[in-house]
Every structure is written in C-alpha cells, then in structure tokens.
Design a protein around this ligand. Sequence first.
Ligand code: OGA
Ligand code: MN
Length: 288
Amino acid sequence: MPIEFRPLSYALGAEVLGVDLREPCPPDTWQAIHAAYLQHGVLLFRGQTISREQHIAFSRLFGELDRHDSLPMDRDATHPELLMVTNDAKPDGSPSNSKYTGQMWHSDMSFTLAPALGSLLRGVSVPPVGGDTLFSNMYLAYDALSAKMKALIADLHGVHHAERKNAGMSAQWEAENRRLNPPVAQPLVRVHPETGRKALYIGEKVKQIEGMTIEESQPLVDFLVRHATRPQFTYRHQWRNDDLLIWDNRCTSHLAMGDYDPRHRRHLERTTVLGTPSGHVAQLELSA
Ligand code: OGA
Ligand code: MN
C-alpha cells in the first residue's frame, strides 16, 4: 500500500496510512513522513505492534534522543530513552507519579535548556473510553494575534516550571524535580528552525513573565494560554492500543485530559527528540 496522509482535524494532525514501523523505513518513505510532520505538526500511526527497540530506532530518525536526565524518576530503568506515562503502581506498591504527566497545557521539556524537538508516544494499554490528549497549533495561535500584541510579546520570556499540576505527587518526587529543574525562561515567540515560521511558546507551566511581577504577568499569561487553546486551533486524540502519536513540540502544545476511570490501566511510553538549545535560567522578580 502506498503511503497516504489523511487530515485529523482542521487545525493540525494527519493520520499516516500504509507504513509498517516494524520494517526499516526506506529513504523516500522517511522523506514523506518528515515533510508531513513539518506540515501537520502531529502524525498518527495506528495499529503499530512495535517493540521498545523498534520504537527507539524509528524515533532516532528524527534526531538524537533525550535520555531524560531531567526526569530520571519517570524513565525506564533499562531504556533511558523511554519515559513512562503510566498509572501502573510502582514495584513497591506506591502510586505512580507519571499518571499525572501532561495534565496541563505544555510543550515537552520547555522547563529545560534543550526543549524537545519532538515526542513519539506509544499507546501500549489505554482505557476503553477517555484518557484523550488535546493538541493545539501554535502557529495558528500566533498568527491570529493582533499586530500590537505580537509587538508587545516579541521580546518577552516566559518562566517555565517543571512541576505537575495535580496534588498527590510524592514529596520525594517533588523534591527531586525541584532540585534537578530550576525555572527556565523561554521566549514567548520562537522561530521554527525548519519551517522559518513563528509560533507561540506558552503553556500552563509558565508562571511569570521574566522581569515582571507575578501579578503583572498573570493576566497576560492567562490570556495567551486561553487564546492558544481555543477549540478551533485544536485536535483531540482518542487513543487506541498500538497507536504511535508523534508531535512537533516547536509548533504545537498539548494536554492530557485525565478524563478516564482510574481503575482502568493507562500505560504509554514516550521517546523525546532533543531540540536545539533555548532559553536561560530565569531571573525572577518576586513581588510587586
Ligand atoms: C507526554 C504527555 C499526554 C497524555 O507524554 O508528553 O504530555 O495524554 N502525555 O498522556
Ligand atoms: Mn507532554
């Protein structure tokens, strides 16, 4: 079957048909996949019963993989390239911390100095209903701003924190996360290195604009997040087992909905492609 791409929504995403990721990817197939990745921001491959090694090997076509040194608590012990997104209890019986992964709008690894280029998330075991993931097209979000707002944010940096939203993370996880990941300032607008287009770079991990107080920052951050996640900029992914979902973190953001029955298993595994260096450790303005 020749390779085929079908749009998943108006704003972004395409399903890729006619590719078996158990096989090595020939150069012309890879070129078509890469072009579609840049065009659509999110690619979906259904029915891929691939091994961890095949997942890692395919991911390497996109670039060097992150070994997740900033999230060692969540990576697989034998494959540091694989980050667990799971509600499976830990071996000692305590609850998983990574069941809360992604439950706020974000772009992967924005809180580090090498934010992710891309992520490849494999649905290993997903609930029968819910546990969806929302994506937003950050090019469209940027383009839709007024010229004055574009000028206002052109040189501003958002301060990204590594913490997860839900209470209930173990104290040990929180302490380790804080120790490894000081807040990092990233430009609110970034130029995509491959397409040359400007994209908004904002999410709910941004607590403050660098050089502004929290009180001054909050209304602007709130507006930009609300604006960037308007329904017309989004695609909502309903998972099936053996989906491989790939996204470009430089021009999309995403949110784990958490809309599922916690008695069901939700286990996904992610590789993360390293991006180019971006941002700096934040200089914080503490109060008004
Ligand atoms: C991630 C993530 C979303 C989800 O793996 O980076 O944000 O729905 N996951 O699990
Ligand atoms: Mn994520």
